[in-house]
Design a protein around this ligand. Structure first.
Ligand SMILES: Nc1ncnc2c1ncn2[C@@H]1O[C@H](COP(=O)(O)OP(=O)(O)OP(=O)(O)O)[C@@H](O)[C@H]1O
Ligand SMILES: CCCCCCCCCCCCC/C=C/[C@@H](O)[C@H](CO)NC(C)=O
Ligand SMILES: [Ca+2]
Length: 561
C-alpha cells in the first residue's frame, strides 16, 4: 500500500516587502511565515548577472510559534513591551506602513525569547491584508488559551513572584491577547481552597501558578480534588480510578527548587514558561496518590522521599527565612547526622515495555514511551483495563535499613541536579522509579549524593537499588504512635521536637529516631506508613517536555518545509 504523503502547506500570501531598508520576499503559508532577502540589481556581480535573483538570509517562523501581529505606527512604541521602533528616513518616505510580528525564538539551555520582525509595505491596504492573513491563521490555533486564572505566591523562593509576573509575564500575555484573573495569595492553601471550592472553572482555559513546587502542589490538589468531587469519585479509596483534570496548568517559576518546571520545560525561566503557555503546549503528567489506612493524604508529581530528603525538608522548614539556601544548610546537617530508618517496602513492578530506570534514553518532547496507549499503562480496579503482564504482576517485598527511600514520578531534574534523581524516569508513562539507598558509610553516601549533581550513574553502587513501579507501600519497623505522629506534624508546622521525647517511646531505637517524614514535593508528610499508586496522565501542563538539543541548534531547513 502506498504511504499517504502529508499535504504541502497552502500558500496564502506572498509580497515583496522591506526590512531594514532591504527588499525581502515575504511568504505566508498555512505552516510558516518566511522572509528571504532578495538581491538587488546593483548588488549583482558580473558572474551572476544573467542568473536568477538569489535568495540569501532566509528566515522561517512556524505559524504555531507566532505570538501576535500588530500594525506598527511610526514613531510609536511598536509593542506593549516598551521598545521604540526606529524607521529609517528613506523607508519612512516610501514604506511608511508596517506591521510587526512577534514570535518565539530559541536561545541556549532550552530558553525561549520573544523576538520580533517589522516589515514595511508601500501601501496600507497591503499592510492590513498581511495583518489580517496572519491573524486568521492564529485564530485557527484553538489549542491556545484565551482566558487564564493566575495565582501568585508572593513569598515563594526569593519573594519575587509578584515582580516576575508583572514585569516579565503579564506583558507577554497581553501581547498575545490572553485575558487573566489574578489572585495574589494571602495564606498557605489559599489557591488550593479557592480552586477546590470557589473558582468558576468554566470561565477559564487554564490555571497558572507563580511560585515553586509547593505552589504547584497547591494547584494540583485544588484541581484534582475538585474534578473528583464534581464526578462523585471518593479520593479516600486507594483503589479508585481518578478522573483526569481537563484544565491545563502553567508554572511560572518563582520558587526555590522549581523542579516541576525545570523537568517539563528544561529551564526555570519565567519568559520561557509564559511562551509555552501562549502557544498552548500540552504535556500530560503522572500523579501519585498517597494513602494511609484508606485515608487520602496527598498527591505527588516529583519527589516522594523518606529518610534523607524527608529530614532535609523537615530541618529546612525551620529555616524558611534563609530562602533557597536553606536546602544547602539542611542538606549538609542531615548528611552529617547520617540517620537510617528500618522498614519494609513492597512494590508492584511495571511491565518491561515502559523501559527501566537504568535506560540511557531520557524522556523528551514527544516521548515514545509516554505515547504508548494508556490502557497498557493504567492500573485500574477494572480488570479489563489491566494489561496481561500487569495481571500477572507480583508484589515484591524488601526489608532493611535505609538512608533514603525515594520515589520519582519523573526525573526531578532541577538546577541543583540537572539530570535529576532518576534521569530516565518518564513524565507520563504511569510509573515511578523507586530508589532504595541502604545503610552505608558516610563516604559512600556522599559519593551517591554527589552523582546527583554530575553525569555519573547514581545507581551504580552496591548499596543502591532502583525499580520502576506502579504502586508501593512502606511500613516502618516500629509502629508509629499517635504521639509521635503529632510531634512530626508539629515539626511540619515549624515547632521544635525534643530528641529525648522520641527515644523514650522507642527503646529499641539505639542510634537514631525511629521514623523520618516523607518529603512530598517539598511538603512534609508526617505519616511514615503509606500506600502509593501512580495515576497515568492525570493532569496536563502548558509544556511539551524537554526538546532535543538539535531543535535549538539547527535552524529550520528548506527540506523540513
Ligand atoms: N500568601 C502566602 N503566605 C504564606 N505561604 C504561602 C502563601 N501562598 C502560598 N504559600 C505556601 O508557600 C509554600 C512555598 O511556596 P513555593 O513552593 O511557591 O516556594 P518555595 O518553597 O520557595 O519553592 P520550592 O517549592 O520550589 O522549593 C507553599 O507550600 C505554599 O502553600
Ligand atoms: C551533602 C551534599 C548534598 C548534595 C545533594 C545534592 C542533590 C540535590 C538534588 C535535589 C533534588 C531535589 C528533587 C526535588 C524535590 C522537590 O520536590 C522539593 C520541593 O521543591 N525540593 C527539595 C529540595 O526537597
Ligand atoms: Ca512517570
Amino acid at each position: 500500500m502506498q504511504e499517504k504523503q502529508p499535504k504541502p502547506p497552502l500558500l496564502l500570501l506572498s509580497s515583496q516587502l522591506s526590512l531594514q531598508n532591504r527588499g525581502y520576499e515575504v511568504t505566508l503559508n498555512s505552516a510558516f511565515l518566511s522572509w528571504k532577502e532578495v538581491e538587488t540589481r546593483q548588488k549583482r556581480t558580473a558572474a551572476n548577472i544573467y542568473g536568477p535573483l538569489k535568495a540569501a538570509g532566509s528566515h522561517y517562523v512556524p505559524v504555531c510559534e507566532i505570538i501576535s501581529v500588530q500594525e506598527t505606527e511610526e514613531d510609536c512604541p511598536s509593542t506593549g513591551i516598551g521598545k521604540w521602533q526606529k524607521v529609517p528616513q528613506s523607508l519612512a518616505e516610501s514604506n511608511q506602513y508596517a506591521f510587526t510580528v512577534s514570535y518565539v525564538e530559541r536561545t541556549q539551555k532550552h530558553r525561549w525569547r520573544c523576538s520580533e520582525v517589522t516589515l514595511h509595505c508601500t501601501d496600507r491596504t497591503l499592510c492590513l491584508q498581511w495583518v489580517q492573513a496572519i491573524r486568521e491563521q492564529l485564530s485557527l490555533l484553538t489549542i491556545r488559551p484565551k482566558r487564564l486564572l493566575v495565582y501568585i505566591n508572593p513569598y515563594g523562593g526569593k519573594h519575587r513572584g509578584k515582580r516576575i509576573y508583572e514585569q516579565k509575564v503579564a506583558p507577554i500575555f497581553s501581547r498575545a491577547s490572553i485575558s487573566t484573573d489574578v489572585i495574589v495569595t494571602e495564606r498557605a492553601n489559599h489557591a488550593r481552597d479557592h480552586l477546590k471550592m470557589e473558582a468558576d472553572l468554566k470561565k477559564y482555559d487554564g490555571v497558572v501558578c507563580v511560585g515553586g513546587d509547593g505552589m504547584f502542589s497547591e494547584i494540583i490538589h485544588g484541581l484534582i480534588s475538585r474534578t473528583q468531587c464534581d464526578s462523585g469519585v471518593d479520593q479516600n479509596r486507594a483503589d479508585e480510578t481518578l478522573i483526569p483534570c481537563s484544565l491545563r496548568i502553567g508554572i511560572i517559576p518563582a520558587g526555590s527548587t522549581d523542579c516541576i518546571c525545570y523537568a517539563t520545560v528544561g529551564s526555570n525561566d519565567p519568559v520561557t514558561s509564559a511562551l509555552h503557555i501562549v502557544v498552548g503546549d500540552s504535556q500530560p503528567m503522572d500523579v501519585c496518590s498517597i494513602h494511609h489506612n484508606n485515608t487520602f493524604l496527598r498527591y505527588s508529581v516529583s519527589l516522594l522521599g523518606y529518610g534523607f530528603y524527608g529530614d532535609v525538608l523537615t530541618d529546612s522548614e525551620r529555616k524558611r527565612w534563609m530562602g533557597p539556601a536553606r536546602y544547602d544548610i539542611s542538606g549538609v546537617k542531615t548528611f552529617l547526622s547520617h540517620r537510617y530508618y528500618e522498614g519494609t517496602i513492597s512494590f508492584l513492578p511495571a511491565d518491561e515495555n515502559v523501559g527501566t530506570p537504568r535506560d540511557k534514553l531520557q524522556c523528551r518532547s514527544g516521548c515514545n514511551i509516554c505515547r504508548l496507549p494508556s490502557a497498557d499503562k493504567q492500573v485500574s480496579k477494572d480488570e479489563e483495563s489491566i494489561s496481561d503482564t500487569e495481571k500477572k504482576g507480583v508484589w515484591q517485598v524488601i526489608r532493611g535499613k535505609f538512608l533514603a527511600i525515594n520515589a520519582a514520578c519523573m526525573s526531578c531534574a532541577c538546577p541543583r541536579s540537572p539530570k535529576g534523581l532518576s534521569p530516565a524516569a518518564h513524565l507520563a508513562d504511569g510509573t515511578a522509579d523507586l530508589i532504595l539507598v541502604r545503610k552505608c558509610s558516610r563516604f559512600d553516601f556522599l559519593r551517591h549524593l554527589l552523582r546527583h549533581t554530575n553525569k555519573d550513574d547514581q545507581f551504580d553502587h552496591p548499596f543502591v537499588e532502583v525499580y520502576r513501579v506502579r504502586q508501593f507501600r512502606f511500613t516502618p519497623r516500629y509502629e508509629d504512635t499517635d504521639s509521635e505522629l503529632e510531634l512530626r506534624e508539629a515539626e511540619g508546622s515549624g515547632r521544635k521536637r525534643f530528641f529525648s521525647q522520641i527515644c523514650r517511646e522507642h527503646p529499641a531505637c539505639t542510634c537514631s529516631l525511629a521514623h523520618s517524614s516523607w518529603n512530598c514535593d517539598g511538603e512534609i508528610l508526617p505519616h511514615a506508613a503509606i500506600q502509593v499508586r501512580v495515576h497515568c496522565q492525570l493532569i496536563k501542563l502548558f509544556a511539551r517536555g524537554i526538546e532535543e538539543q538539535s531543535v535549538f541548534e539547527e535552524p529550520y531547513t528548506l527540506s523540513a518545509i
